[in-house]
Design a protein around this ligand. Structure first.
Ligand SMILES: Cc1ncc(COP(=O)(O)O)c(C=O)c1O
Length: 424
């Protein structure tokens, strides 16, 4: 029965029962973590071959380059070809970074502030105001980058097809709006895939700012855990065809393919943008870690081999997502106190509770020993205006622990809802 149809006495009886469950869970002294999208040990063990992909000096020689030495600022040609095949762009559009794509994203924004982008009239640091579009719920670290540079973040509502494009098209008429964060495939946290129509409209934007920066974070571009690989369009070609050749910077990495924090990353953009960035990057480094690039290319080989590996990741991930969604379906759906998406890829399940329950639910989870991503983290400035979005990251714990953790979550959500309804 939905909680909203219960009378006071029924709600009180339900509260008493759920409060008892809550105390029993608390007494177990649990210590469970569903806070961050980390691969599990079983997933890391799948890719141990990276560690032994290069064992001799001879193996470090590739296409006339010694991967152990300085050189090839933009990355080993084989690594650029590898990511170009994954992203569907050209090798010369790929710049290979270090161990994390987030560093590349931060660096792009940082360069916009200090030096300006290819089409900037002046560095952003010299402007009175820089505004950035933030589809939300979204990735907390994107918003933190924007916040740390003092941008004014404009929340754009996420729909099931991606960002609300009417709002985006309106917002970019303001020349102070300098860019937008996007996670086009299996968005963090909702697992939404932007529709073709949304992507077409984004590529064809006509921003007032000449240096509008589309931050296209394709972190989950090959990360299906349920079903076959879903192809995605090459945003760089689409922007070029729409007359915006230098508008987009795309990012990806092997963080959730091999080792998070010890993989390789890529920044892809127009050849002119890459050339401009190389001019700046060549001052801050002589070259990135080509030994790791080569180990990865030797191990991952190509797109087809990588997609086979992703199937093995999927076999580990799917039961965990199933455990979360089936617990929510069974325990929460009949009560009408929350809604959630059923992603087929990515690393998260996004739950929207009745308004005003997210903080309280997570505080209750913490009391029982279950850590989750903080409430509000998925919104600019860490403030969820309706206090309702909760990001669940099921990948790290083993299934048995996850089942316990999600049971705790369901109990805490019920308790938070009952408290609120009884107080009304
Ligand atoms: C959308 C998104 N982008 C980027 C990252 C981090 O990627 P990297 O390890 O390459 O910095 C994450 C990690 O959770 C993510 O969810």
């Amino acid at each position: 029965m939905e909680y909203s149809s219960m009378n006071k006495a029924q709600l009180q009886a339900e509260y008493d029962a759920v409060a008892k469950d809550f105390e029993a869970l608390k007494a177990k002294g649990l210590k469970l973590d569903m806070s961050r999208g980390k691969p599990s040990k079983a997933q890391l063990d799948l890719v141990s071959g990276v560690l032994t992909a290069l064992t001799t000096p001879e193996e470090c020689a590739v296409e006339g380059t010694d991967a152990r030495n300085y050189g090839e600022l933009a990355g080993l040609p084989c690594a650029r070809r590898y990511f170009a095949e994954i992203l569907g762009c050209k090798p010369e559009e790929c710049f290979m970074g270090g161990n994390a794509s987030l560093t590349l994203m931060y660096d792009t924004i940082s360069k916009a502030y200090t030096h300006g982008l290819l089409h900037s009239e002046k560095p952003w640091a010299k402007l009175d105001k820089v505004k950035f579009l933030c589809p939300a719920p979204g990735y907390d670290r994107h918003f933190k980058i924007s916040q740390s540079f003092g941008m004014e973040m404009i929340t754009i509502e996420m729909t099931e097809n991606g960002p609300d494009m009417d709002a985006v098209e309106e917002a970019v008429k303001d020349p102070a709006v300098k860019g937008m964060w996007c996670v086009p495939k299996y968005s963090n946290p909702e697992g939404v895939i932007y529709s073709d129509e949304t992507i077409r409209r984004i590529a064809a934007l006509k921003p007032a700012a000449p240096d509008f920066l589309l931050m296209w974070d394709n972190a989950y571009c090959i990360h299906e855990f349920d079903g076959d690989f879903v192809p995605f369009p090459d945003i760089i070609s689409l922007c070029r065809e729409a007359g915006n050749p230098d508008m987009v910077f795309e990012y990806a990495s092997t963080s959730k393919v091999t080792f998070p924090g010890a993989g390789i990353s890529v920044m892809a953009s127009s050849v002119d943008n890459i050339k401009y960035m190389l001019g700046l990057l060549g001052i801050q480094t002589i070259s990135y870690d080509k030994v790791n690039q080569l180990r990865h290319v030797r191990f991952l080989k190509d797109k087809a081999t990588t997609l086979e590996l992703m199937k093995k990741h999927a076999a580990i991930m799917k039961p965990k997502f199933d455990a979360v969604v089936s617990a929510l379906d069974k325990e929460i759906a009949p009560l009408g106190i929350a809604q959630w998406k059923r992603p087929k890829g990515g690393y998260f399940v996004s739950v929207d509770t009745m308004d005003g329950l997210a903080k309280r639910t997570l505080a209750l989870c913490k009391e029982v020993g279950v850590v989750m991503t903080g409430a509000g983290a998925t919104f600019p400035y860490g403030v969820d205006p309706r206090d309702r979005n909760i990001r669940i990251a099921p990948s790290l714990p083993p299934v048995e622990e996850l089942e316990q953790a999600i049971a705790v979550f369901c109990t805490c959500l019920k308790l938070a809802a009952l408290e609120k309804l009884l107080a009304a």
